[in-house]
Structures are given as C-alpha cells and as structure tokens.
Design a protein around this ligand. Structure first.
Ligand SMILES: C[S@@+](CC[C@H](N)C(=O)[O-])C[C@H]1O[C@@H](n2cnc3c(N)ncnc32)[C@H](O)[C@@H]1O
Ligand SMILES: *[C@@H]1O[C@H](CO)[C@@H](O)[C@H](O)[C@H]1NC(C)=O
Length: 259
C-alpha cells in the first residue's frame, strides 16, 4: 500500500486508508468489510504528492522503539488502525508544550500513541489508556517496557465510557492535561463530553478521524459512524467551551482547546 514513494516503514504508519472500516468493524462489529483491502487512491489532500513525502522526510523524528512498534503493528491485519506517525509527533509536541502530566488515550490498539505520549511525559506522568481489547495492547506492552516507560501507562481494559465515568466518580474532573479520542465513532460525542469534564482549562482534546475518509461530506443514512462524526464536527464549531483547529493530517484531527 505505497501511499508514499518512501521506505515502507514510513509509509505504513501514515497510511490511514481503510481505518474507517477497520475501526468500525473492530469497535462495533457492525460494519461490512466492503472496500476494505482494496486500496483506493489516497484521500483528497495530496498524501501521495512529492511535497507530502518531503514533509515526512524533513519532519519525522521517530524514537527507535516507536518505529519498532510501528513496524510490528504494520504486520497486524488491522495495522492500518494505527495513528499516523506525523500526527503522533504533533501530539507529543503538544503534550510537551503544555507540560502535561496526566493524559488520556481512548482507543489504544497496539499502543503506538500511548508509548509516544509516555515518552515525553515526566517520570511521574500518567497515560490512562482505555481499550476493550487486551490482545492488541499485548503486542505493544513489551516495547513500552523496552522504552522504560511502562510504569507511566495505566491500561484499563473495559469500555472507555466506563473508565471515564470511574475517573469522574473518583474526583478526577479537571485533572487531565490532554486527551486523545480514537475509539468507536458512535461514542465520540460521549467521549468528548466526558473528556471535557476531565480535562483542565487550557488542556487539549485531540479528536481523530474527523474527516472519516471523506464520508463526512455526505454522510449516508446507513453510515452511523459518518453521521456521528459529522454531528460532532458541527457541534464543535459552535461550542463556546472550546477553541478549535482542524488539521488535514492523517484522517483529519480536530484539536479542541478547553477555555
Ligand atoms: C483506531 S484504534 C486506536 C489506535 C491508537 N490510538 C494508536 O495509537 O495506534 C481504535 C481502538 O479502539 C478500541 N475500541 C473500540 N471500541 C472501544 C470501546 N468501546 N472502549 C474502548 N476502546 C474501544 C479498539 O479495540 C481499537 O483498539
Ligand atoms: C475562542 O473562543 C471564544 C469563545 O467562543 C471566541 O470568542 C474566540 O474568538 C475564539 N478564539 C479563536 C482564536 O478562535
């Protein structure tokens, strides 16, 4: 799936094609695998262009163990669910910029971004990492350890809504600095609302797949994920509790800055 004419190891992490289906299938087991595996040309914002390649070639500074995890995940049948490496790097830079200590990862998969954030957190920092599937995380765990940051990753295997409710019940509202929402799309609105309570003023919520491979333009009636994402995009635009920026990176990411 060479979206880039660069080494496979770089292309794979950035290629998000098929994420839409893979995520839907794994998250809710509701979506047909139609189209999955038949790799269409890249999405509209020129991912295969020489300039996109140039950007990666001249900006990606990937930790060797992150790269190792990306290569390992690329071999997984659902490897395309992994966050794109350039987007992960942006999130690490943001986490560092705001001097985050406590961050949330909703949808861990093999833990590329959990590791990515753990690497830039202080030693007493924490990633509360939510997923329903422990098998995926087992792939990444040995590398979290190898990187010496396993103690910063607090993996909670249960529906993320439940973990977020437990954090709120535990008095942890307004104690998180950063949250990354990247699990089942039907729950995005709930994840956002709960994250907004858990994150401090000045904290950031990053919401992934906000372009849903272009399907937000005209969400089909039978495409619940596209509808949920589109509704949230419309809501975020008018939400006075935050400021936002939406970036055409990966499958589209919205950064919400809590006011
Ligand atoms: C797109 S992947 C996450 C990719 C990850 N952020 C990374 O760094 O590569 C989505 C993940 O959400 C998980 N997921 C789906 N439904 C969930 C739920 N209700 N609660 C928690 N996790 C869920 C899936 O098991 C899958 O691992
Ligand atoms: C941030 O949000 C506030 C409140 O909605 C708004 O007045 C302001 O213009 C926004 N600033 C930016 C830079 O978007």
């Amino acid at each position: 799936m060479p979206l880039f004419s660069i080494p496979k190891e770089v292309a794979v992490g950035t290629a998000m094609l098929g994420v839409a289906f893979a995520t839907g299938v794994l998250a809710a087991k509701r979506y047909p695998l139609l189209g999955f595996g038949t790799h269409k040309p890249p999405r509209g914002f020129g991912k295969s262009s020489p300039l996109s390649q140039y950007i990666l070639d001249h900006s990606l500074r990937e930790h060797p163990i992150l790269k190792k995890l990306r290569m390992l995940t690329a071999d997984h049948p659902f490897g395309m669910m992994m966050v794109s490496c350039d987007q992960a790097q942006l999130m690490a830079n943001l986490v560092k910029l705001i001097k985050a200590k406590k961050v949330l990862e909703i949808g861990v998969f093999t833990g590329y971004n959990a590791l990515n954030m753990a690497l830039v957190l202080p030693d007493n920092g924490r990633v509360v990492a939510c997923d329903i599937n422990e098998d995926y995380a087992k792939i990444g765990k040995p590398l979290w350890k190898e990187a010496g940051v396993e103690h910063k990753i607090d993996l909670r295997i249960k529906p993320a809504i439940q973990t977020l409710d437990e954090l709120l019940a535990n008095g942890e509202a307004e104690t998180f600095d950063f949250a990354f929402i990247d699990a089942d799309k039907e729950s995005y609105n709930e994840y956002y609302e709960k994250c907004l309570r858990l994150v401090k003023k000045g904290g950031i919520i990053a919401i992934d797949n906000v372009l849903w491979n272009g399907r937000v333009l005209k969400p089909r009636k039978d495409d619940l994920a596209a509808q949920c994402i589109h509704h949230l995009n419309e809501k975020l635009l008018r939400d006075a509790r935050i400021n936002i920026s939406t970036l055409p990176m990966g499958d589209g990411v919205t950064l919400a800055f809590k006011l």
